[in-house]
Ligand binder design. Sequence first.
Ligand code: MD3
Ligand code: FE
Length: 200
Amino acid sequence: MAPVMVRDFAIYDGYLDLTAQRELVEAVQDVARQAPFFRPQTPYGKPMSVRITAAGKYGWFSDRSGYRYVPTHPDGQPWPSIPAPVLRIWDALTGLERRPECCLINHYDAQAKLGMHRDADEADFAWPVVSVSLGDDALFRMGNPTRGGKTQSVWLRSGDVVVMGGAARLTYHGVDRIRPGSSPLLPGGGRINLTLRVVD
Ligand code: MD3
Ligand code: FE
């Protein structure tokens, strides 16, 4: 499947069929049973609207002392391993020998959004980031290597996969809003986004 390229973002529209999406939802539910979703505090002390959990060697965490990768869930347990069907997507689309060390899992309810930011806490930006969308549609905004400037938005739908390599890897991006009720995939509604990252 050939991606649609938007600003070096490779968008694989409808990459996952319904069976594959359901398999991933089960895998995410399994991770969340072991490592429950939580709401991080921003360094400014405000709770994020997105709830998160993770799988792999590292998860992502934020509190008053800043953003960082951490080897354990806030409950002290190591993160569950990254589910095999998730790694298969990485393998198929990147063709890399290297595997991601973090599968960050974001959950968006009807009110949740993610402000414009760059993902820059990883050691080597030469590795791509892969994103998988499940559930409700999301308005994804792509910006520039520095804050500000013209942006371009696309609706990401359940089953879409995006590969951020090249210039896109350090591009500002965010999620303005979801379209509540647009997908019946998740039992409680909302949207789940998986991002696969090489951290070390
Ligand atoms: C571009 N997540 O978790 S996925 C994030 O839909 C994040 O939950 C959004 O931004 C979401 O950090 C957007 C697309 C995405 C993810 C990671 C990136 C784009 C990226 C890392 C670098 C560059
Ligand atoms: Fe991001």
